[in-house]
Design a protein. Sequence first.
Length: 246
Amino acid sequence: MREAYRSLFTALGAVLALWLILGFWPLSTGSRVALSLLVILVSGVMFWRQRQASQLRATTVREFVDENLPPEDFQGAVTLVCGDNAPLFVSGSRHRETRQGWYLWVKDAEQLPLLAQHLSLVRPALVSQISVMLAVVPEQHTSGDDFTQSLRGWQRAVVQCRAAFGTLPPLWTVTWVSPPVSCTEVEPVWFTTVSQRSGIQVYQPGQGNVSLMEWTRETGSDGRLSRLSQGLWLDSLLAWQNSAVD
């Protein structure tokens, strides 16, 4: 419906411009012809761009059928997963449901605002539960310039979601990296830092959060050396993220 109104307004604008040029403005014949051709050309370009955008929206809607979207009464978080998201989904899948929420795969930066608009139309009750996650796998990137350009594209796409949601959606960044060779931990751990907390927290499955300092002191000398190596490795990772991502 929005596309129809946009096309209608473009057509009305073109008709009014031609009406003024041909019927009211005291111009020479050559000037009238030139201005009329300019109006027709600009209108044609606008119609073409609107048609391209409409086709892109239609493609997005076809990719996200109802079975991929959360139900209207869904109570959990709805996350639009951007960036290096391929490892997080089964090949060919457009969504993933976990205890934490409903995750939707976003193909590229152009699709993000279109998907946001689609969700605001078909799942308006869930808009307040939607956030955007930027997945980063540094090992997949070999060019710093290409990575920066891709990141800026995603950031612009997030800003464009304001038109659909009425506000900027919450954005959070998750970085996946391979542990250092010196790591001897049997169970993987999560390193987190939140503004409300002081310093880095370490989450161990089944044990909760502890500070990084406490975590490095919890084991024997051999394990402590391994955890110290992870702490130094983490410092270098955070330095890279602060300069390249944040």
